[in-house]
Design a protein around this ligand. Sequence first.
Ligand code: FES
Length: 140
Amino acid sequence: MYSEKVMDHFSNPRNVGEIENASGVGTVGNAKCGDIMRIFLDIDENQVIRDCKFKTFGCGAAVATSSMATEMVKGKTVEEALKVTNVAVMEALDGLPPVKVHCSLLAEEAIHAALWDYAEKEGITIEGLKKPKDDIYDEE
Ligand code: FES
């Protein structure tokens, strides 16, 4: 049911933890399953993501997608990080079962929420970034 890469990132997740004084933090949740994901970004003065960590209170697919997503945004500029969509993360994991696609959406939303937080703190606009939903339980 799960690819080897999903199993690897689930059993041995990368970048678990928190970043103190993070440049941006994003927390999102899914009302149906109750899973919650938080992403921390450390962004340098050139808008490059130096470090990224996550905490996920959720299913195995959510853990695996958070792990892969953090690996994919590290070293990227904030604009490039926007292109790390849930589809890109799923492809990098060699796919997810259809019932688990929503888990990968959490990772994309959490990154966007963290980028939004960073942009607000810095008083900047990131091209193409939409405001995350206020209520983390709004999302289906
Ligand atoms: Fe909800 Fe996976 S079942 S995030």
